[in-house]
Design a protein around this ligand. Structure first.
Ligand SMILES: Cc1ncc(COP(=O)(O)O)c(C=O)c1O
Length: 379
């Protein structure tokens, strides 16, 4: 019998979700918003150590609102990590602003603080300050906020933390989601915990979150009829999906441990192969290891990351190239960039392996055997 498909990062329910969903049904809170949403927001804040939150339909919606709340508008520029998923940059485009992309550093794969500073300094000299900076916590690893926050403060540019992939990670002992003016989580189906689709905007500034709620629920002014002085959005999370999120949040720490364990098992299995490297973990924090990412030097290994991906696919195993950097995407060809070669190199050689928290050791062994079998086949 054929082996079941191994997915990159499938949902992993705890069993608690059904109880919360049943509670929502019993109380007839099917409509958007409701007590599950309030509780989910509170519980995420408790988890990350305080602040305020609003649950939304997606991480992308949360990024869009964060940018609007910082006053980003047509004609502005927003500095953004180039090594990310397109949603980070798309949200900038929704506001009418344009992104300018910053390369990542080799030792963390996240936005390079030195290049960020060089770019901000060049912008200051030109007299054209970017409206915001968007840092991205890549594959569950926080960017280097010890430096980024300081740099942004000195240049007086607000920062958004795109922590879509990083719930449960830390930087300097603080949880992902605690950095910048606002941070964003995603609960998309492939994330470390999921509501099937959803996101959250968090901030230590309650006023920003109050405004986000207003914009996310059609910007309805206080009046008995529907009165509007601002363009609004329909971005709030439904009570049913928040119920799923509450059940998931209960097991978040276990999910982080399982993903970190995947990484360790992969490292043990594949780490001795020539030309195979791993996404480094930054000394300043702890990654949630959302996805285990390897790099493959074709000359040394004797096959490319694409050879490996195709061999895995042939055995019904899903693997995916590392994000293609935004400065190489045709849709962002018109945007400025600072550096880019490091991200391009990581893309050329980087591969994300199956990383679900429900992955078994024998699955990892299966992946290992196939990767091993690719060695030197193309040499
Ligand atoms: C880095 C990053 N930013 C933003 C998003 C967007 O989140 P969502 O899919 O919930 O809109 C994702 C993932 O989907 C992501 O990986």
């Amino acid at each position: 019998m054929a082996e079941p498909r191994l997915y990159l990062s499938p949902p992993h329910m705890s069993g608690r979700e059904e109880e919360y969903v049943a509670e929502a049904f019993r109380s007839n809170w099917i409509a958007p918003l409701g007590p599950m949403v309030d509780a989910f927001e509170r519980e995420v804040c408790d988890y990350i150590g305080g602040g305020y939150a609003t649950a939304l339909m997606s991480g992308t919606a949360a990024l869009h609102l964060a940018l609007l709340l910082l006053g980003v508008k047509p004609g502005d520029e927003v500095l953004c990590a180039t090594l990310t998923f397109s949603a980070s940059a798309n949200a900038i485009m929704y506001t009418g602003a344009v992104p300018a992309f910053i390369d990542c550093e080799r030792k963390t794969w996240t936005i390079d603080p030195d290049l960020l500073e060089v770019e901000l300094s060049a912008c200051a000299k030109r007299g054209r300050k970017p409206r915001a900076v968007m840092a991205v916590d890549l594959y569950g690893q926080c960017a280097d906020y010890r430096r980024i926050e300081d740099i942004c403060r000195r240049y007086e540019v607000p920062m958004i933390e795109d922590a879509a992939e990083a719930l449960g990670a830390t930087c300097s002992g603080k949880k992902a989601g605690c950095f910048g003016q606002m941070a964003v989580f995603s609960f998309n189906g492939n994330k470390i915990i999921t509501t099937s689709g959803g996101g959250m905007l968090v901030s230590s500034d309650g006023e920003l979150i109050r405004k986000a709620r207003f914009l996310a629920s059609q910007a309805r002014d206080p009046a008995p009829h529907y009165e509007h002085t601002t363009i609004g959005y329909n971005y709030r999370m439904s009570n049913i999906l928040a119920a799923v999120g509450r059940g998931q949040l209960k097991v978040l720490n276990e999910r982080v441990a399982a993903r970190r364990q995947n990484f360790e098992l992969y490292r043990k299995a594949l780490g001795g192969l020539p030309g195979v490297g791993f996404m480094p973990e930054a000394a300043y924090g702890r990654s949630n290891r959302w996805l285990t990412c390897i790099t493959v030097e074709p000359e040394e290994f004797g096959a490319s990351r694409e050879d490996i991906r195709l061999a895995l696919e042939e055995e019904n195993i899903e693997a995916r190239p590392v994000w293609k950097p935004m400065h190489l995407q045709p849709v962002f060809a018109m945007c400025r960039k600072r550096g880019g070669d490091t991200a391009a190199e990581i893309f050329a050689n980087g591969l994300c392996l199956p990383s679900g928290s429900n992955l078994r050791e024998e699955d990892i062994n299966r992946v290992y055997a196939i990767v091993r079998g690719c060695q030197y086949v193309k040499a």
